[in-house]
Design a binder for this molecule. Sequence first.
Ligand code: FES
Length: 297
Amino acid sequence: MWRCVHLYGPTVERTPGFVIVNWFIYSKGAFMQVIRLTAAPHGFGETVRRDNWWTTPLLVFVVFSSFIVYATWAAFQNAHYEYGPYLSPFYAPVLWGDSAHAWFGPQPTWWPALLPFSPALLILPFPGLFRFTCYYYRGAYYKAFWADPPACSVGEPRKRYLGENSFPLILQNVHRYFFYIACIFVVLLSYDVWLALWFPDGAGGTEFGIGVGTLVLLVNVVLIASYTFGCHSGRHIFGGRNDEVSKSPLLSACYDCTSSLNRRHMLFAWCSLFSVAFADIYVRLCSMGIWSDWRIL
Ligand code: FES
């Protein structure tokens, strides 16, 4: 056991852009250890890291940008978002629109004439903002899109660090409320999977069946649920909303479940991003006649 520990120092070494501080630990007068602390790099992109630290932010930048471009394009199409019993998750649920899935009928009269109408424009902001404010995605796109910092221990292009305590980033705290909305979407998307099991029977009714599209929508909702229920805010809620885990056996079991999903939150964040885009592409290409949907049952 260490007793009478004394810190001596520091001695300072300077290299371009970095400061290395050595602290010496003594116990009972005997030298024990040197702690080397590397101060934050000063210049943009400066680092002592020798690995390819820039590959992850670059990949994140390319994938996120591609997803945003595709999702925006798809949302404005207002076409090819359903095929048979399948509904694209970008358009689910259809509140208003020219679709048999529409809850309240065709395009509402209050919709601004100057704005192109699409059912997806009423829906996508909610899951979009849930992802935008997600703790994992924040860490990823802060690095990839505005280099704050570009990676751990790599110099950033600004001197002042404000964190998320001031406007506008303090608004990211709304994430906990979007979690509740995201849970509703998991229920709605699960219901769409149920509907995707019932195919037209040619006599005006429906019959049970399973197509590849059913499986695509099913995998998508499983991945989205795994991402949603592993949310850090959800973990706090399931844990009892206190600073310690609830003593209730039910809440404690829920906390353990959400914690196990939370450990793979990054994985589910990426997989569900790909699956939701692929589900839209699948329905779109089937609807356009480019792909054929195979019936398994
Ligand atoms: S922290 Fe990622 S979804 Fe809540």
